[in-house]
Design a protein around this ligand. Sequence first.
Ligand SMILES: NC(=O)c1ccc[n+]([C@@H]2O[C@H](COP(=O)([O-])OP(=O)(O)OC[C@H]3O[C@@H](n4cnc5c(N)ncnc54)[C@H](OP(=O)(O)O)[C@@H]3O)[C@@H](O)[C@H]2O)c1
Length: 234
Amino acid sequence: MPSNLSPTALVTGGNRGIGLEVARQLAMRGCKVFLGVRRIPEGQRAIEDLIGLGLHAEVLEMDVTNEESVLAAAQGLASSTGSLDVLVNNAAILIDEGRTILDLDSMTLHRTLETNVAGPLRLIQACLPHLGKGARIINISSGGGQLSSPSDWSPAYCISKTALNAVTVQMALALKSRGIVVNAACPGWVRTDMGGSAAPRSAQEGAAGIVWLALDAPASLTGGFFRDGIPIPW
Ligand SMILES: NC(=O)c1ccc[n+]([C@@H]2O[C@H](COP(=O)([O-])OP(=O)(O)OC[C@H]3O[C@@H](n4cnc5c(N)ncnc54)[C@H](OP(=O)(O)O)[C@@H]3O)[C@@H](O)[C@H]2O)c1
């Protein structure tokens, strides 16, 4: 658990799917949770039940592809809380399902990398002034990004998650001396808008390993890739 008794956490893509469930579980564990969302009214509706339970949840407008939006959100968070203990880079897109690398167009690749790789990178950089010793960053990756058992069902998405894993390792190295840990988590195949209704896992199951990295994993654990709290190969 981060040293702060009531850690502040920011979860991107918090209005639905795995992000909303991670936010819910963190709030239930006593965190002050901020959900990065593209549309405030939708985000506000998503957290109504959490607020009803007396939990601390707030929405923060943020499009991870927009530098100004990310900087403004990081600034807004800092002025309302002062510091950040947990950052979950969850927002992502999957827009090339069923395509192959042979007909992948550069615009689809660019859009995917912009959201799934550059988004987390720019948000980490924007939050750095507010992340102190003991802070934890979790990048939500996917088994699709594993080079050890390659997938070809959505090439742009898989490439983006491989690249996000590389960002994770680089950030872990860069932030080790500051006592900030950075890990990647795969939630498994989860029933969400992205995962579809045939997926075997619930959002609760997918979120649990992410929350473990955020609050329960040993404080020294950094630069790894995990599913359900168990290391998996890159
Ligand atoms: N579901 C699975 O089976 C599965 C498996 C492995 C990994 N993952 C990973 O788990 C994470 C969550 O997936 P999910 O299944 O919950 O996906 P989802 O249901 O499609 O939700 C994606 C979230 O990302 C947000 N988002 C997309 N682009 C954004 C942007 N430019 N700025 C801010 N927010 C943005 C969406 O917001 P809007 O509502 O505004 O679009 C939404 O909140 C992703 O990183 C995904 O790659 C999922």
